[in-house]
Write a protein that binds this ligand. Structure first.
Ligand SMILES: [Zn+2]
Length: 443
C-alpha cells in the first residue's frame, strides 16, 4: 500500500463516528472482534472457487447455524444459471438478452449436430416427422455424444469447433469473470431486488461461514453478535434474504425479502406448518469497511494505522527501503521501531503456520538490513500477525529458536495484536534496554 493510501483511508475512517466503536472494540477487551475482523479477507468473505476462477464476494453471510445438518438449498440448475446472470444487474440486461439469443442459436446448433452424428435419428427425420416412440427407441440405442460441445472445451479451439460459436463462448465467460472480479456484483446487487437471485450463492456461502468460524475459533452466536452490533451501527445492510421450509417438501414454502432485517430478527415461522423456517441472508458492509478489508493487510493494517494516529504517534507507512516495502515506521521513547503487519490465512495446518511465521521473521530481517544499509538507525522490529499467540505457542517457540541470530541482531519480536496498545504505551514511557530476544509474551 502506498504511503498515502493507508494514511488517507485511516483519515477517512476517523471522520465517520460510527466506525470508532469498531476500532475501540478491536483494541479493547473484546477478543471476538479481533477474531472476526482480523480474519484474512478470503475467510471473512465468501469465495467462489471454480477451476481457474477465484473471486471473493464482498458480502457477509448470515443464516441458520452452519453446524446444523445440511439443509436443502432449493434451486434447480436452470434457476441457478439464470440467477447468476441476473445478479449481474439491470445495466447488463442487454448483454443478458444477447446471451440468451445466442444461447437459442447455440441450442439449435447443438441439436443439429446431435442429429447429424446419429445416423438412425437422421434417417428417421429424413422420412418426415417421426413418431415419439421411434425417436425414443433411437435415443435408447445411441451412446452419449459429447463431441457436440466442441466449443465449450477449455484451451484453444479444436479443428472441429465452430469459430464464431467458440469466440462467443470465450467472450461471455471472460465478461462474466470480469464483472465478478471488479466487484460490480455488489454495485448491481444494491440497486435491484436480489432476494431471489442470491439463492444460488447461499449454499457455498453457508459452507464458507463454517470455515470462517472454524479458522477463527468463533462460535456461531459470537459471529451473530458481531453482525448484530454492526447492523445496529448501520455498518452493514441486507442485500437479500430468503426463508424456506425444509419440512413442507411436497410443496415448498419459500419467502424472499429485501427489507432491512437485523441478524437477531432472522426468524420466521412457516405459514403452513408453523415451524421455524431456514434462513439465509447477505449483508453488504459499509464501503470504508469493504475498502479496509480488501487493503494490503486488511483490517489488521488499517486498525494499526488507526491506533497510532488516534494516539498521536507519528508514523510512516508503505515507505520503501530499496525495493522492500515497509509497513510502519515510528519512534517511541527515543527508539526507532519498524512495525510489520502480517495478515495470514489462519485455516492452515501447523506446518504452514510455522512457515508463515518463519517467513515473517525472514522478511522483517531483510527489511531491517535494508534500512540499516541505507544509513538509518533501527532499534526494534515488531511483527503483529492475525494469529492468537496461545493457539500457535509451539510454532512460535520453534520459530524463535530457529531464527535466534536474526531475532537478536535486529531486535525482532512477535507482538500479539491484543497486546499492541499496551506495548505502545510501555515503549513510549520506557527508557530501558532494548527488548531484543525478549521471551514470547503470554497474555
Ligand atoms: Zn413448513
Amino acid at each position: 500500500m502506498a504511503e498515502n493510501s493507508l494514511q488517507d483511508l485511516v483519515r477517512r475512517m476517523r471522520a465517520v463516528p460510527e466506525l470508532k466503536a469498531i476500532f475501540t472494540n478491536l483494541w479493547g477487551g473484546d477478543d471476538v472482534y479481533r477474531r472476526f475482523f482480523f480474519a484474512h479477507r478470503d475467510l471473512l468473505f465468501p469465495r467462489i472457487e471454480e477451476e481457474d476462477f477465484h473471486a471473493t464476494i464482498p458480502l457477509l453471510f448470515a443464516g441458520t447455524d452452519p453446524s446444523e445438518p445440511e439443509e436443502q438449498v432449493l434451486v434447480t440448475a436452470g434457476e441457478s444459471r439464470r440467477a447468476q446472470l441476473e445478479v449481474l444487474g439491470e445495466t447488463t440486461e442487454k448483454k443478458v438478452d444477447e446471451i440468451s439469443q445466442d444461447a437459442k442459436t447455440a441450442a439449435c446448433l447443438l441439436v443439429l449436430r446431435f442429429v447429424a452424428r446419429n445416423p438412425e435419428l437422421k434417417a428417421l427425420l429424413d422420412q418426415g416427422e417421426p413418431s415419439w416412440a421411434a425417436v425414443a427407441k433411437a435415443f435408447a440405442k445411441t451412446p452419449p455424444v459429447l463431441d457436440i460441445f466442441e466449443e465449450f472445451k477449455p484451451g484453444p479451439a479444436s479443428p472441429g469447433a465452430d469459430k464464431v460459436f467458440y469466440e462467443k463462448s470465450r467472450r461471455y465467460a471472460a465478461w462474466v469473470k470480469d464483472v465478478v472480479r471488479k466487484g460490480d456484483v455488489v454495485k448491481y446487487a444494491s440497486a435491484i431486488d436480489l432476494s431471489n437471485n442470491l439463492i444460488p450463492f447461499y449454499g457455498p456461502c453457508r459452507s464458507h461461514l463454517a470455515d470462517l468460524l472454524d479458522a477463527r475459533d468463533l462460535a456461531a452466536d459470537e459471529h451473530r453478535r458481531i453482525l448484530q452490533s454492526l447492523y445496529l451501527q448501520r455498518m452493514i445492510t441486507n442485500v437479500g434474504t430468503t426463508f424456506w421450509c425444509a419440512r413442507c417438501q411436497d410443496d415448498v414454502t419459500m419467502i424472499t425479502s429485501r427489507s432491512r432485517i437485523a441478524p437477531d430478527q432472522l426468524v420466521l415461522p412457516c405459514p403452513k406448518c408453523t415451524k421455524p423456517m431456514h434462513v439465509a441472508t447477505l449483508y453488504e458492509p459499509n464501503p470504508l469497511i469493504h475498502e479496509a478489508c480488501f487493503s494490503t493487510d486488511g483490517m489488521l493494517g488499517v486498525s494499526i494505522g488507526w491506533l497510532l494516529s488516534t494516539r498521536g504517534i507519528a508514523f510512516h507507512s508503505g515507505t520503501y527501503a530499496r525495493d522492500q516495502e515497509l509497513d510502519f515506521r515510528l519512534e517511541l521513547g527515543g527508539r526507532r521501531i519498524l512495525l510489520e503487519a502480517k495478515m495470514h490465512k489462519t485455516d492452515k495446518d501447523d506446518e504452514a503456520v510455522q512457515r508463515h511465521l518463519s517467513g515473517d521473521v525472514s522478511q522483517a530481517a531483510r527489511h531491517a538490513e535494508e534500512i540499516k544499509k541505507g544509513g538509518d538507525r533501527l532499534d526494534e522490529v515488531w511483527i503483529v500477525t492475525n494469529y492468537h499467540h496461545d493457539e500457535v505457542e509451539q510454532e512460535l517457540r520453534g520459530v524463535y529458536i530457529r531464527n535466534r541470530a536474526k531475532i537478536s541482531t535486529h531486535g525482532i519480536e512477535f507482538v500479539q495484536a491484543a497486546d499492541l496498545p499496551g506495548q505502545l504505551a510501555e515503549a513510549a514511557t520506557s527508557t530501558s534496554t532494548p527488548s531484543a530476544g525478549r521471551k514470547i509474551r503470554s497474555r
